[in-house]
Design a binder for this molecule. Structure first.
Ligand SMILES: [Zn+2]
Length: 106
């Protein structure tokens, strides 16, 4: 279980999302190339440029968080609460949460 204070700030939640998502390396959200470079930031999120297709993307692109107005920190809170209460969450971001757990226990 992730300690709740981990979600104390949006930038910490963003870091967690970044590490959970790219555990196997950053990959382009369009062409799946791993020829990517860091390219500034998008709010608290890292932004990347794909050198294969020139697509820019960030840690949220292609995830449940991409078009959500609700901050990832709040999603993570609600998943954590479900997990404590029910042992599992039906939230679409639950797999990402589980990856975050795996990462943090590693
Ligand atoms: Zn690409």
């Amino acid at each position: 279980m992730i300690p709740l204070d981990v979600f104390g700030s949006e930038s910490i939640a963003a870091d967690l999302l970044e590490q959970a998502r790219w555990r196997d390396g950053v990959e382009c959200s369009r062409c799946r190339s791993d020829r990517t470079v860091k390219n500034g930031s998008y709010g608290p999120f890292q932004r990347y440029l794909c050198k294969n297709c020139d697509q820019t993307f960030n840690d949220k692109t292609g995830t449940i968080f991409a078009h959500s107005k609700i901050a990832p920190r709040k999603w993570l809170f609600s998943i954590e609460r479900d997990t404590i209460t029910f042992g599992v969450s039906s939230h679409p971001a639950f797999p990402l949460y589980q990856r975050a757990l795996t990462f943090m226990n590693a």
